[in-house]
Unconditional design. Structure first.
Lengths: 406, 462
């Protein structure tokens, strides 16, 4: 009898231990990428950087110099990550735009399976929601897009303001969106106006603009010859074989889809950007010479409500040539129409604007480093609501008009 | 490349033609010069003075001294201008060229083989009124800081001589051994990378205690030597440096085999400004295997132990060096981090196959070439290891500038050598070197940790 009691007690102790273990383990297990990129939450991210490094980082914000930082999110602390200033026009010493590479110094180190993240400072966007809503819309349209979430960023326990945590375009991004990452990934670097012109035989101008994010150690021929060939073929005279030749190097249908979504979003700093092509990644599929576009950095979206669906379309050589082909032109129109209807469907775009505005407003009010007033934020939110209400109708009108003209 | 081969060929021919007539002349046997103990800072305390029983007969010495003191020009080992009793100017020249081949690429230009002119030095040294030693030596063909030893030594009192100028900081047996007298083509990694090297300073040194069995050197230097220093302004090195070295020869006055046994300890301490440490890991052929990004601040301290014993034709030598850079206030939250430690050791041995007494030096072989002999032949073996940081043993280690545990890297080196001392001017050395890099991804061959190098050195010195 005593033996049975002892056995029962042992069983209860063991069961309690297992339950306690699970209870302890549960929070850790719950801390996943999905939770980090929870669209309904404001995360709290803390960076610890040596005072001298932080001073240097602010003083040299225009350089890409890395500094050591510990990164804390909830009960996860990643030590010795590499942090550097990032961005183009948004770079500034007050509210730093940052890139965090977890494996910069510690080989193989990851944070929730991520090798790196970008902390966008929302410096050029009064509503502070362009990036987040534009990327969500790309995803809604079935295109690959970085996951994002808002956060309060603290550096050395001092609030830096409202930031967006952006998932980097890297191998895990490619795995999640395209199911593999064996191809060649390039980040487009803005080096002055470029509209798809042939850049010549020398690889140097290609290397300047298309920075490899994978296969970095491979030779120039392997890395740049397909891009060179794409631009050369694309700039050849029209002919029956033009499309077949060019489509060896670029997925023209995906390109037109990408440009149409940017057009709907009134993105002024994208592929048909004000300063030429900008803000995209290029991915070449494995064992192929064919490339596709991936969206990046959409804080230049939502410029004006009546933004033309042909804004600077005549400047971009790739778009011009593709638009001249009837089925690609029709695809462009169809994607614009789909985008317009999708934004309207159940009032998705307006609801998203309202939801995000409500989520971030308290942090925006605390954000003393933002380059505009809190009143300006609320005005920008009003504009975003108006955009959500009117943009679809205007785009559908523009498409109908364009069809009539043809 | 062809030009370099041609140049080396011409140089080798020139050396032989210079050496041959001199050797061919009816030159009397080299006068035995009693080496003033502190005359040459490169000759370490252990290398410098010979025990009394090893010195030549006093009569011979007197005669030699008298003839030496007569004013005029002499040329025995080297040209010398005698200006009066105890005052002379000796003219020195040294040329060393290496032929080297390695499994790793030595340079983009030359691939895995190269010819390297290691040293082209000229200078003068001598004495003034038997009260001072001096030396002025420069490296030819070097634009930045061509001066090597430039010093004046006041030697009136053997127990407390005073040396002023630019000379080697008293730390490390091998670093303070002249490059012409090394057992191997290259010094050990610890002597090259962790010992300070030359700097401007003032030093008191001498022999004390009965029989002079304790030799000491204590000096203050402008900075902590040129060995680790880079010309990269972003990297920091030790500033004002205090250095000391004590060497004990407990059996110096005995006639036993142990009379040459010497053991020593040395230290340096310097202020270290805040910045990235200037230390670097490089192999003997200058291939980098560790370039730290570690931010340091506080004190730089070195501690060294050395031992040497040369019984008959054999020698055994060993050193251990530990260099520690403090990291005060250098963590990400401004707290102190554990010091950045670099350390290493070597053990080496030689055997003069032709029977010369190692303690007397093999520079003047018993049967020189061109004088009916073949010169002296010596075999040498060295095992060594140098390590920066903690190595890969600690899973939390990384190469982050502010990492608590520094990953670093390490190199283990085996060197096998043959030295041929043709005559007092010409020496040829051949070394076979096996490097094993602990973390090869930081080394010259990321795909493999071990590789071989083969080096031959031709040396002319007078």
């Amino acid at each position: 009898m005593t033996r049975i009691k002892n056995a029962r007690r042992s069983f209860l102790i063991a069961a309690a231990t297992v339950c306690a273990g699970l209870a302890v383990a549960a929070p850790a297990r719950a801390q996943s990428q999905d939770e980090l990129f929870d669209p309904d939450a404001i995360q709290e991210l803390r960076l610890t950087i040596n005072t001298r490094d932080l001073r240097d980082l602010r003083a040299n914000f225009e350089k890409d110099t890395y500094y050591t930082a510990d990164v804390q999110w909830r009960n996860i602390r990643v030590r010795s990550a590499g942090v550097r200033s990032r961005g183009g026009a948004s770079r500034n010493p007050l509210k730093l735009g940052l890139r965090v590479d977890f494996d910069r110094y510690v080989t193989g180190q990851k944070f929730l399976g991520l090798k790196s993240i970008v902390l966008k400072n929302l410096w050029q966007d009064g509503s502070m929601m362009h990036e987040r809503i534009a990327m969500a819309f790309f995803a809604r349209m079935g295109q690959p897009a970085s996951r994002q979430s808002f956060c309060r960023l603290y550096i050395n326990n001092e609030l830096q303001g409202l930031y967006v945590i952006v998932e980097s375009v890297d191998n895990s991004y490619l795995d999640r969106r395209l199911g593999e990452h064996a191809g060649y990934l390039y980040s487009y670097q803005f080096r002055g106006p470029f509209h798809g012109e042939y850049l010549g035989e020398d690889f140097a101008p290609y290397k300047e603009r298309f920075q490899p994010q994978s296969h970095e150690k491979e030779g120039d021929t392997k890395l740049y010859l397909p891009i060179h060939d794409w631009l050369r073929e694309m700039n050849e005279p029209d002919g029956a074989a033009w499309r077949r030749r060019v489509e060896q190097y670029i997925d023209l249908e995906q390109f037109m889809t990408h440009v149409a979504i940017e057009g709907f979003l009134a993105e002024d700093d994208g592929v048909l950007g004000v300063n030429g092509m900008n803000n995209f990644f290029l991915y070449r599929l494995p064992d192929s010479t064919r490339h596709r576009f991936l969206p990046w950095d959409k804080d230049g979206a939502f410029l004006v409500i009546d933004y033309s669906i042909f804004q600077r379309a005549h400047e971009n050589l790739i778009f011009q040539r593709a638009y001249a082909i009837p089925d690609l032109r029709e695809l462009y129109f169809q994607v614009l129409e789909t985008a317009a209807r999708s934004a309207l469907e159940d009032g998705w775009l307006e609801a998203e604007v309202m939801r995000v505005a409500e989520l971030v407003a308290p942090v925006v009010e605390q954000d003393t480093r933002k380059p505009f007033s809190t009143e300006a934020f609320y005005e920008s939110v009003e504009f975003m609501k108006e955009f959500a209400q009117l943009r679809s109708k205007l785009v559908l009108q523009q498409v109908a008009e364009a069809r009539r003209r043809r | 490349m062809k030009q370099k081969h041609f140049a080396l060929g011409v140089a080798a021919y020139a050396l032989l033609t210079i050496a041959s007539p001199v050797a061919g002349q009816d030159v009397p046997p080299p006068a035995v010069v009693v080496q003033p103990e502190s005359k040459h800072p490169e000759k370490s305390a252990a290398e410098g003075a010979k025990p009394p029983e090893q010195q030549p007969e006093k009569q011979t010495e007197k005669k030699a001294k008298k003839s030496e003191q007569d004013p005029g020009f002499r040329w025995t080992d080297h040209p010398s201008l005698r200006l009066g009793p105890g005052t002379h100017v000796d003219f020195r020249a040294r040329l060393q060229g290496n032929l080297q081949h390695s499994d790793v690429s030595l340079s983009e230009e030359e691939g895995d083989s190269s010819i390297d002119v290691a040293r082209r030095r000229v200078g003068i040294d001598g004495e003034i009124l038997d009260l001072f030693d001096y030396q002025v030596e420069a490296e030819l063909g070097v634009r930045r800081d061509p001066w090597r030893d430039v010093y004046l030594n006041y030697k009136q009192y053997g127990f407390a001589e005073v040396l002023v100028g630019k000379f080697k900081v008293p730390f490390s047996l091998e670093e303070n051994t002249s490059a012409t007298r090394l057992d191997f083509i290259h010094r050990s990694r610890i002597a090259t990378l962790l010992a300070p090297g030359r700097d401007l300073g003032v030093m008191v040194h001498g022999r004390v205690l009965p029989g002079g069995w304790l030799r000491y050197e204590l000096g203050v230097f402008n900075e902590d030597g040129s060995n680790a220093r880079t010309y990269n302004p972003d990297r920091v090195h030790g500033e004002r440096t205090l250095a000391g070295r004590a060497l004990v020869q407990p059996f110096r006055s005995t006639k036993s085999l142990a009379s040459d046994l010497a053991v020593g300890v040395s230290f340096t301490t310097s202020e270290l400004p805040e910045g990235v440490s200037d230390l670097r890991g490089r192999t003997e052929l200058d291939a980098p295997f560790y370039l730290p990004a570690v931010v340091v601040s506080g004190q730089r301290q070195r501690l060294g132990f050395e031992a040497r014993w040369r019984p008959g034709p054999f020698s055994l030598k060993s050193e251990y060096i530990r260099l520690s850079d403090e990291r005060l206030g250098q963590s990400v939250d401004n707290a102190d981090l554990s010091p950045f430690v670099s350390s290493g050791w070597y053990v080496s041995g030689t055997w003069a196959v032709t029977g010369e007494n190692k303690a007397d030096g093999l520079e003047s072989p018993r049967r020189p070439i061109f004088q009916g002999g073949f010169g002296a032949v010596e075999l040498a073996l060295r095992v060594e290891r140098i390590r920066f940081g903690s190595g890969a043993d600690d899973p939390t280690a990384s190469n982050a500038p502010r990492s608590e545990v520094i990953l670093g890297n390490a190199d283990r080196v085996y060197t096998m050598g043959v030295n041929w001392y043709a005559n007092r001017w010409i020496k040829v050395q051949a070394n076979l070197v096996r490097n094993t890099i602990a973390l090869p991804d930081q080394g010259p061959m990321p795909s493999q940790s071990g590789y071989w190098s083969r080096i031959v050195r031709f040396q002319f010195s007078m």
